[in-house]
Every structure is written in structure tokens, then in C-alpha cells.
Design a protein around this ligand. Structure first.
Ligand code: HEM
Length: 404
């Protein structure tokens, strides 16, 4: 039997997938000493932890509450969660996205691409992926477009705060400062929108009411902060990953170029093969028996999304990137019936899944149109980095306008 993997080791950070295989095969329920938590790696167990209400979100740590200046959806459960989710979810549904927000998404993709349309080489992460989702959120909220850069700064500080496992005091201070600045920025705008609502997301959040519950300024500020991290870093990484994966499989990239209706399949397969969010925590309220044994009540459980998504009990050739696979339904990748767990499952299933998909479809389509030729500038595919969230730090591409 191979040694039990350590999710805090440098080998794991360099490439977690060999460790995921060992966990699935030999340690389906492993108590990990370094984090005092239980690791789940099989699809059936991870799916159960997402779906079965005995697994609570009471221990949702990663400094979620201080990072956002208040409690947000991922930490809530039961009726509180259902009501709070019903307040925000309607703005992210398909009709809303198509009718109100699609032009915003298209415009932001176009503007970012215009800034490097003539470049022969560009880092797609810096020029596009990290900017696009934040700019879209700022515009959906109906805020001043001149503030895109400020939001990008706050986004960076909040994300660094959330992943500050080493508790660096400078990172913590910058995160807190960003939170205060964001709250101060939103205060007068919220006053305005409550007095004179528009069609924007912020006005909708102000007006939303479910069972007599409404959101106060602090609730809305915390949700906006959550949108920056939950909707920013994830979509940022998904965009970089879909290009990295397609460029590493040129035949599949050529197929997508020839038929844009394959983008949803490429997106679903990217989320399965290289999920941007690799781990999510839960806490069972009672002892629970899973495929590898019993987790005690009150323990911290880490659901390893990256491991579940490559479970050979669930997918054929799980370690191959294949947008044509028939065991993953691209159409279902934006509902709780999704066949990968990159968006979670059940009550906490990603609110922004359809927005993410719309952003990726628009962004990928426009980038393919702008650059008929794309290749890794360094000749090889860049590696991914990160343990909780994971994706390439850079994606330097050689760009050409004439397909030859
Ligand atoms: C929840 C992943 C994009 C907003 C989640 C969860 C995952 C996830 C795994 C479940 C957390 C849990 O069960 O505890 C992703 C990925 C994305 C993405 C991989 C991009 C490819 C977005 C976007 C938004 C968003 C664009 C919004 C603008 C949220 C919110 C929740 C959530 C608000 C909390 C839902 C709840 O607790 O009820 N996301 N997400 N996400 N996501 Fe996303």
C-alpha cells in the first residue's frame, strides 16, 4: 500500500492528481493530521457530502466571514440559507442573463480583447481572464465603469485574504482595508439605488424581498464581496484552463474552432478535468458512514472535487481530457444535476454557474474570432498552481491573425 498523501506537501501542490488516485484507491476516508480533517475522494462520497443535509456548512472557514465583512451564503444552512439564496438567485437565471446582462458580458469581452488585438504575444491570464469576470460584475451591479481597476485591486486583496493560510499580517491588513474601502464605496450608491432603483443588479438586491426578509446594506456589501471571490477567481481560472487544455489538445481546439456549439462541452470537460475549486469543507452533524468508514459528528470533512471528478467508477478514461466524452452531459453542467462536481451539488450548488458558462462561451468565442492562430509562446503548456483553487498563473500565447 502506498503511503498516505499529505495535502499540505509540496508534491501535492505541484500535482495533486497522483495523490487523488492513491486516496480514492487506498484511503477513501483518510484522517489528515496536518489539517485535522477527513478527506473524501470518491465521487459517491463527495456527492453525498454535498447533497445530504447531515453535512452542514457550520465550519465554513477560510476566513470567509472576516473576508466579506459578514455572513454569506456558503456559511448558511436551513431556512436562513433558503431565504437568502432566494433573494439573490433570480438575477442569475437564464432569462435575466440573456435579456439584461448578455450585452454587458459581450461588451466587456470585446473591450479587453481590443486592447491586445494587434499584439503578437500576450498573457491571456493578465490581459483577459482575471479582468473579464470582475469587469462584468461591476457592470452588472450598475457601478461606474471607470472603477474597474479599483475593483480589480479589491478583488486581489479579498482573494489573498481568503487564501492566507500562513496568516501573513500584511495580507490580512490589506484584505481588511479592501473590505472597508468597498463598504465605504457602496454606502452612498446603495442610498441612491434604494431611492431611485434601476434595472441593475444592485437595485434588484436592494428591492428583493422573500418571506418579509430583505437585505440591509451590510448584507449586500458582504454579498458583493462574495461575488468578487466566488465569481472572480473561479471564472478567471476556468477561462485560463479551457484555453490551456484546448491548446494542449490541438485536434480538439480545431474542432471547437470549426464548430462553436462545442464550447459548452469543452467548458464542462474543463471543469471536470481541471476544476478551479479543488476543495470544499463540510461538517457532519451526526456520525455518517461512507464508502471508506465512519466520519464522526462535528469533524471537518474536506470534499476533494478534483479527486471525485476523476473517479474511474464514474467516468471512463478519467485522466484524459476529451470534449467528446459521452459520460458528461454539457447541457446539464449548469444545473444541480451536473455530472461533475466542480460547481458543487445540492442546496449550495453554484449560484453563478450559468453566468460563468455565459462568460466563458462569450469570451472563448470572441478570442477564437480575434486570433485565428494561437500557440503557447514558450512552446509548452504551463502548469497549474494552487491547492484550494487551482489554475495556470500565466498563459503566454503567440497570437496570429492569418490562419495558414
Ligand atoms: C457556490 C464553483 C462561478 C457565485 C459555488 C460552489 C462551487 C462553486 C464549488 C459550491 C460551494 C459549496 O458547496 O460550499 C464555481 C466555479 C465557477 C463559479 C468553478 C466558475 C467556473 C461563479 C460565479 C458566481 C458564483 C460567476 C457569481 C457571480 C457563487 C455563490 C455560491 C457559489 C454565490 C454560494 C451558493 C450557496 O452557498 O448557496 N461555486 N463557481 N460562482 N458560487 Fe460559484
Amino acid at each position: 500500500t502506498p503511503e498516505a498523501p499529505d495535502i499540505l506537501s509540496p508534491e501535492f501542490a505541484a500535482d495533486p492528481y497522483p495523490a487523488y488516485r492513491i486516496l480514492r484507491e487506498h484511503y477513501p476516508l483518510l484522517h489528515h493530521k496536518g489539517t485535522d480533517s477527513y478527506l473524501l475522494s470518491r465521487y459517491e462520497d463527495v456527492a453525498r457530502a454535498f447533497r445530504d443535509p447531515v453535512f452542514t456548512t457550520d465550519n465554513y472557514t477560510w476566513q470567509m466571514e472576516p473576508a466579506h465583512g459578514g455572513r454569506t451564503l456558503p456559511q448558511m444552512s436551513g431556512r436562513e440559507h433558503a431565504v437568502r439564496r432566494a433573494l439573490v438567485a433570480p438575477a442569475f437565471r437564464g432569462r435575466e442573463l440573456r435579456e439584461t446582462f448578455l450585452p454587458v458580458i459581450e461588451r466587456n469581452a470585446r473591450e479587453l480583447i481590443d486592447a491586445f488585438r494587434d499584439a503578437e504575444e500576450a498573457d491571456l491570464v493578465a490581459r483577459f481572464a482575471t479582468r473579464f469576470p470582475i469587469n462584468v460584475i461591476v457592470d452588472m451591479l450598475g457601478l461606474d465603469r471607470a472603477d474597474h481597476d479599483r475593483f480589480h485591486g479589491w478583488y486581489g486583496a479579498v482573494v489573498a485574504f481568503l487564501s492566507n493560510l500562513a496568516q501573513d499580517p500584511a495580507v490580512a491588513a490589506a484584505g481588511r482595508r479592501a473590505g472597508e474601502e468597498l463598504a465605504a464605496y457602496l454606502r452612498p450608491v446603495l442610498r441612491e439605488r434604494r431611492a431611485a432603483p434601476g434595472d441593475d443588479l444592485l437595485s434588484r438586491l436592494c428591492a428583493a424581498e422573500v418571506d418579509g426578509v430583505r437585505m440591509n446594506d451590510q448584507d449586500i456589501t458582504a454579498f458583493v464581496s462574495l461575488l468578487l471571490s466566488a465569481g472572480g477567481e473561479t471564472t478567471d481560472k476556468a477561462l485560463a484552463l479551457i484555453f490551456r487544455n484546448l491548446l494542449a489538445h490541438p485536434d480538439q481546439l480545431a474542432a471547437v474552432r470549426a464548430d462553436r456549439s462545442l464550447i459548452p462541452a469543452a467548458f464542462a470537460e474543463t471543469l471536470r478535468y481541471t476544476p478551479p475549486v479543488q476543495m470544499i469543507m463540510r461538517q457532519p452533524a451526526a456520525d455518517v458512514t461512507l464508502s471508506g468508514g465512519t466520519v464522526p459528528a462535528g469533524a471537518t470533512v474536506i470534499c476533494l472535487i478534483g479527486a471525485a471528478n476523476r473517479d474511474p467508477g464514474h467516468y471512463t478514461r478519467p485522466d484524459s481530457f476529451d470534449i467528446f466524452r459521452t459520460d458528461l452531459n454539457p447541457a446539464s453542467a449548469c444545473s444541480a444535476a451536473a455530472e461533475h462536481v466542480a460547481f458543487g451539488l445540492g442546496r449550495h450548488f453554484c449560484v453563478g454557474a450559468l453566468l460563468a458558462r455565459t462568460e466563458v462561451e462569450t469570451g472563448v468565442g470572441q478570442l477564437l474570432d480575434a486570433f485565428p492562430v494561437m500557440a503557447f509562446a514558450d512552446g509548452t503548456a504551463p502548469d497549474d498552481a494552487g491547492v484550494f483553487t487551482r489554475g495556470p498563473r500565466h498563459l503566454r500565447l503567440r497570437l496570429g491573425r492569418d490562419a495558414q
